[in-house]
Design a binder for this molecule. Structure first.
Ligand SMILES: [Fe+2]
Length: 439
């Protein structure tokens, strides 16, 4: 029986396939653009390679684009047929991959959490499981899935830096910023190509409102993540947020054109980065020119995906901004039926996503009071559809401005105070409108 680089038994026909699979796992952790090429090379060398098949299913599904699902199903079918001689860990992965494709999130997470407990050096599983907890808004498990595995790792274990990078992001989303920054910087020192750790530190700096530090951090590390897959667009998106809070609008627009949407890709997260940034700019009264148009077109092509409520709400912004009214209705209908109602978390997430989307529509139409009324009852459920605190902040900004513009002064003052308590900046104009001193 072969073993992977960390000593876990793995069923594979030859060394060539195993070497390519190891490259794919490392590429997955480091957001490399050739990850799928390595995976296909592994499957070329061993078409019945169960772990490579499972990783391919995971990657295709987690792109949140139904166009990839037929290939994912085909890949899973081969894995299931090949699983007879596989190890217990590998067979559990085949189950997890099937649950994932069937949108059985509770079963996927129970299976993957179990694998991570029994095989804590299964690096790919740690990464995937943290990401799935992320899409359930489960910050505690994002931290703890890594914490539970740490006992099996030491600095000499290959991939140790990646583990620290994931831990850093878990700390950040859990609100422990000191631990997040310390762990994230240690991860980057050990392994400069760990852009997930770079990203975790960027999030921490964002949450603490240290915008100059954030610009410096992302500029300084840029050479190490420039060769990333589309994740580099997201890192430029983070840098744009710092500039936006410093009111450096020209810099934001320039980064939008050269970085965030430097390539007009059709990838879910890339469209979301663009839409959320333009929406934020619009909330500050900035003129974004014709930039919405291509996003609106792309969002319209995805209205029936219903693959991820967070992304659907981002598509909603682009549809509203480009006045695609029919597509708005189609998107709302798709979100409503987008989740298994026997899963209470997903069900509440969908309800929150629908209310939020209707609030965005009301806001866009100038019905600010309705926007407030729609969001207020669900605002503490929004995390259930995932996304980071920084990504969901656009909804909070929209709510604050809706409260200001609807003339609900006491609510506006309260939300502004709440926001400032969380280190979030509030534009002076919003405060002035409700008679609050700028500071
Ligand atoms: Fe992020």
């Amino acid at each position: 029986m072969s073993a992977d680089v960390r000593g876990l038994p793995i069923t594979v026909a030859n060394d060539e396939a195993l070497a390519a699979y190891e490259e794919a796992v490392a590429g997955y952790l480091a957001q490399k653009p050739d990850t799928m090429d390595h995976l296909d090379a592994a499957l070329g060398a061993d078409p019945e390679f169960v772990m490579a098949r499972c990783l391919k299913v995971y990657l295709l599904k987690m792109a949140f684009d139904p166009a990839f699902l037929p290939a994912a199903r085909e890949c899973l079918d081969t894995a299931r047929k090949a699983a007879g001689g596989a190890t217990d860990r590998e067979r559990r992965h085949v189950s997890a991959a099937r649950f994932l494709l069937d949108d059985r999130a509770v079963d996927v997470l129970a299976t993957l959490d179990g694998i991570a407990i029994d095989h804590p050096t299964d690096l790919m599983t740690l990464k995937l499981t943290q990401f799935l907890h992320f899409w359930r808004g489960d910050a505690a498990n994002m931290r703890d899935v890594i914490g539970r595995a740490l006992h099996a790792w030491d600095p000499d274990t290959p991939g140790y830096g990646f583990v620290l990078g994931m831990l850093s992001f878990g700390f950040e989303e859990g609100g422990d910023y000191e631990a997040a920054e310390r762990t994230g910087r240690e991860a980057v020192d050990l392994n400069p190509e760990d852009s997930w750790a770079v990203h975790a530190v960027a999030h921490t700096i964002e949450m603490e409102g240290r915008h100059a530090d954030g610009i410096e951090w992302l500029k300084r590390t840029e050479a190490d993540w420039l060769g990333n897959n589309n994740f580099r667009f997201h890192l430029w998106w983070h840098r744009s947020l710092y500039h936006l809070e410093r009111n450096e609008i020209d810099e934001v627009l320039d980064l939008y054109d050269t970085g965030v949407r430097g390539e007009k890709t059709d990838f879910t997260t890339d469209i979301a980065n663009g839409a959320a940034l333009l929406w934020r700019l619009a909330l500050r009264g900035a003129d974004v020119g014709h930039r919405w148009e291509e996003l609106g077109e792309r969002a319209e092509a995805h209205v029936r995906d219903a693959a991820n409520t967070f992304f659907s709400t981002n598509y909603m912004m682009a549809l509203l901004a480009t006045d695609r009214r029919e597509a708005v209705e189609d998107l709302l209908a798709a979100i409503r039926k987008g989740s298994a109602r026997n899963d209470p978390i997903a069900s509440r997430a969908v309800d929150a996503g629908v209310a939020l989307s209707e609030a965005l529509r009301a806001f866009h139409d100038g019905d600010y009071g309705a926007a407030v009324d729609l969001v207020m009852p669900v605002r503490y459920n929004l995390h259930l559809f995932g996304g980071s605190h920084a990504q969901r902040d656009v909804f909070d900004q929209t709510l604050v401005l809706a409260a200001v513009r609807s003339g609900r002064e006491s609510l506006a003052r309260a939300l502004i105070a709440e926001r400032e308590t969380r280190h979030r900046q509030v534009p002076a104009a919003w405060k002035a409108e409700v008679g609050m001193a700028a500071h």
